[in-house]
Ligand binder design. Structure first.
Ligand code: 13P
Ligand code: SF4
Length: 295
């Protein structure tokens, strides 16, 4: 049995995991594991991806209700209509989506490999990018593309307060402001560095700055502090009374639920075989293209 955990999990869960990573790292671990059983401490689409790659293994998730607002913002039935309205377009889909959406896609990407995967296609290739409009707009802007965007978003990354972050940056001129590309454009425009959770973590390790304002889910700070205990990390504040930003779906998982999931070997991710095979094609393409790019 192997425990795979995303950086947005509670610190105590990260500390018992066999592997902690971002969405791409976790998918790669799921692909190569030889364990009989995977416990996925993350959200549903992540555990589903692990099952798509491992049909004969038992894949457990501590809480079946650990969903994702971004995934929910793109129901496959509605997307199918949208896709039919753009018949000559290739579909690149962010991994934060259901198996039904993956089955409608040509290739899956994550925040670690999205740039590389989009750049693999010629500039005149018509592309639909779904479901995250912020990541899609960021790619269009930085790569000079004109991809058609699905209007979806992550509630956690859209709630950051531009006003409070601007104030924090002014009060901490020595700090680097770093952000996840699921954040909105005005936030990304302020950022010194934009990357996936693994990219942000590496940046804080390798950059000579000793203070960082971090605009993504606050769970990542646990690994940042562990890797660089001498540095200061300030979670970027959301537009509400909280000081930092937690994903309510990721935080449904607890150590107790993990213990019970391992004891009873459930809740288990189950999937229709036809759907699994249809979704697997686009994930395989992502994994192949990522490996070819050295990711
Ligand atoms: P990454 O894991 O690619 O950094 O994405 C963050 C996220 O929102 C996962 O749900
Ligand atoms: Fe979904 Fe956003 Fe939570 Fe990630 S942080 S699981 S994208 S709701």
């Amino acid at each position: 049995m192997v425990i795979l955990a995303h950086y947005y999990q509670e610190a105590d869960i990260q500390d018992i995991a066999d592997f902690i990573g971002d969405s791409l790292g976790l998918a790669q671990q799921a692909e190569k594991t030889d364990a009989d059983m995977i416990l996925f401490a993350g959200v549903h689409f992540m555990a589903e991806t692990a099952k798509i790659l491992n049909p004969t293994k038992k894949v457990l998730i501590p809480d079946l209700k650990a969903g994702c607002s971004l995934s929910d913002s793109c129901p496959p039935e509605l997307f199918k209509k949208f896709k039919d309205e753009h018949p000559d377009h290739l579909v690149i889909t962010y991994i934060n989506c259901s198996a039904g959406m993956k089955a409608l896609s040509d290739v899956i990407c994550t925040s670690s490999n999205a740039r590389i995967l989009v750049e693999n296609y010629p500039e005149d290739q018509k592309i639909i990018f779904a479901p995250d409009r912020n990541l899609g707009a960021y790619l269009n802007k930085t790569l000079g593309r004109n991809m058609v965007l699905w209007n979806g978003s992550c509630q956690v990354h859209e709630i950051f307060s531009l006003e409070k972050i601007t104030k924090l940056i002014q009060e901490n001129p020595d700090a680097k402001f770093i952000a996840h590309p699921e954040c909105e454009e005005p936030i990304l425009r302020l950022a010194d560095y934009v990357a996936s959770t693994t990219g942000l973590l590496k940046y804080t390790i390798n950059n000579e700055a000793t203070k960082f304002i971090v605009a993504t889910e606050a769970g990542i700070l646990h690994q940042m502090i562990k890797a660089s205990p001498e540095k200061t990390f300030i979670p970027a504040p959301p537009d509400n009374a909280c000081a930092c930003n937690d994903c309510p779906f990721m935080k449904r998982n607890t150590l107790e639920k993990i213990y019970l999931a391992l004891k009873y070997e459930q809740p288990e991710i189950l999937m229709d075989e036809e759907l699994r095979l249809a979704a697997k094609k686009a994930i395989d393409k992502m994994l192949q293209q990522s490996a070819a790019a050295g990711l």
